[in-house]
Design a protein around this ligand. Structure first.
Ligand SMILES: Cc1cc2nc3c(=O)[nH]c(=O)nc-3n(C[C@H](O)[C@H](O)[C@H](O)COP(=O)(O)O)c2cc1C
Length: 148
């Protein structure tokens, strides 16, 4: 069986609330735990960026569901390739919310998500660096403030 990874960006439905985001995450975490899907989701108030890792068949079925979800649109695939191992093995769906009202300077992170939403393709290394940044930010305390 082939382990695959995939990353995409999309635009959130206008007016998407924190409650909506929490609902997406709750379902994602339940499903992903059961289906051995790992990954990370970034939300900046406008765009989503998500990386997913799973067996090819599981990932295909999940993406078919995600693509038709009306809580976002304009989905663009940035990365889709096979990998030898998981890079988020312990995380059935981590999430960083850059729209969180925290007293942190997140301008650099917001700039990064804009860069990524503008890219047509990402290499695996670039994608991992991007998502790693959000899971670690600068200090664990700062990362925790953005974590949902
Ligand atoms: C940005 C975004 C990311 C999502 N990520 C996941 C995910 O990682 N796993 C998941 O099961 N559903 C995810 N969903 C939700 C799916 O689109 C879909 O609603 C869900 O898988 C349906 O689950 P159900 O068949 O258990 O009702 C996401 C939705 C959005 C808008």
């Amino acid at each position: 069986m082939a382990l695959m990874t995939l990353a995409y960006v999309s635009e959130a439905r206008p007016g998407l609330s924190l409650k909506d985001l929490k609902q997406i995450l709750r379902r994602a975490r339940e499903n992903n735990f059961r289906r051995h899907v790992s990954g990370f989701l970034v939300f900046d108030g406008v765009s989503f960026a998500q990386i997913l890792e799973a067996e090819a068949e599981v990932l295909g079925a999940l993406m078919a569901a995600i693509e038709i979800d009306d809580r976002h649109h304009g989905l663009r695939l940035l990365l889709h390739e096979s990998v030898a191992e998981r890079h988020f093995p312990q995380t059935c769906m981590g999430c960083a919310n850059l729209a969180a009202p925290v007293h942190l300077d997140t301008s650099e992170l917001r700039g990064l998500i804009r860069d990524v939403t503008g890219s047509r393709q990402l290499g695996l290394r670039e994608a991992l660096e991007f998502f790693d940044l959000f899971s670690h930010f600068r200090t664990p305390e700062q990362a925790a403030l953005l974590t949902l």
